[in-house]
Ligand binder design. Structure first.
Ligand SMILES: C[S@@+](CC[C@H](N)C(=O)[O-])C[C@H]1O[C@@H](n2cnc3c(N)ncnc32)[C@H](O)[C@@H]1O
Ligand SMILES: [Zn+2]
Length: 195
C-alpha cells in the first residue's frame, strides 16, 4: 500500500529579535482566537525563593522572567523555561495569560496573522513602596496607539475619602511579576507582575 507523505505543519510561532525589546515571539501562521499557544514553563519557586534569587539585581533593571501563579508559587522562566518567556508585554495585546490547575497558559484573544508579534498585558502589580520612578523603570515600548506608557497595571485613581491601605498580598494570580529588590538593606520584599 502506498504511504501518504507526512506533511509537517508550520510551527505556530518563532522567537526572534523584536522592536519592542530583545527577543519576541512571532506568529508563523494564522492563530485563531481562543487557541492555547504555549504554557509558561520554568522553575516553580516560592515568593521568598524568587526574592532571594534576584535580590542583588539593580532596581533600575526592569527585566524579569518571573510569573506569579498564586500566593505560594512563582514561575521563574529564566530557569528551565521555554519560548513563552520571550513573549513581550503589549498594552493592546493579542494574547492573555490564563491559569488552569496552577499552570499558566498563553491564549490568543483575537485571530493573529502570520508575522504579528505575540503579546499579553503584564499588568505588573504596583506596591505601596514603589520608587517614585517606577513607571519610568517599567516604561512600555509596545508602540500601540493605546499604549499606557507602562508595563505596570493602570494606576488607581485617587479616592476622595482617605482609606486604609490594604496589606500587601502575594501578587495577582496569573500575573507577571516584578523582580525582587532590597529595601534599604532592611530585608527583602517581593515585587510581582500582575494581570
Ligand atoms: C518575559 S521577558 C520578555 C522577553 C524579552 N524581550 C527578552 O528578550 O528577554 C520580559 C522583559 O522584557 C522586557 N519587555 C517586555 N515587554 C516590554 C515592553 N512592552 N516595553 C519595554 N520592555 C519590555 C522587560 O524588560 C520585561 O521585564
Ligand atoms: Zn504599551
Amino acid at each position: 500500500m502506498k504511504k501518504t507523505p507526512h506533511r509537517r505543519r508550520t510551527p505556530m510561532f518563532e522567537v526572534r529579535h523584536s522592536r519592542i525589546h530583545g527577543f519576541g515571539v512571532f506568529a508563523l501562521r494564522r492563530i485563531r482566537k481562543g487557541t492555547t499557544i504555549i504554557e509558561y514553563l520554568g522553575d516553580r519557586v516560592s515568593h521568598e525563593q524568587a526574592d532571594a534569587r534576584y535580590e542583588d539585581k539593580d532596581p533600575n533593571d526592569n527585566h524579569t522572567f518571573l510569573f506569579t501563579v498564586d500566593s505560594k508559587t512563582v514561575i521563574d522562566g529564566g530557569v528551565d523555561g521555554n519560548e513563552a518567556r520571550y513573549i513581550n508585554h503589549g498594552c493592546d495585546p493579542n494574547c492573555e495569560s490564563t491559569t488552569l490547575n496552577k499552570r499558566i497558559f498563553i491564549e490568543a484573544i483575537r485571530t493573529i496573522q502570520p508575522g504579528e508579534e505575540l503579546s499579553y498585558d503584564y499588568q505588573i502589580q504596583r506596591d505601596s513602596d514603589d520608587a517614585p520612578n517606577v513607571d519610568e523603570v517599567f516604561a512600555c515600548r509596545c508602540g500601540a496607539e493605546k499604549c499606557r506608557g507602562s508595563m505596570l497595571e493602570a494606576a488607581k485613581k485617587p479616592r476622595k475619602a482617605a482609606r486604609r491601605t490594604p496589606s500587601r498580598t502575594a501578587g495577582k494570580k496569573g500575573a507577571s511579576r516584578k523582580r525582587s529588590k532590597r529595601r534599604d538593606g532592611a530585608g527583602k520584599r517581593s515585587q510581582r507582575r500582575g494581570r
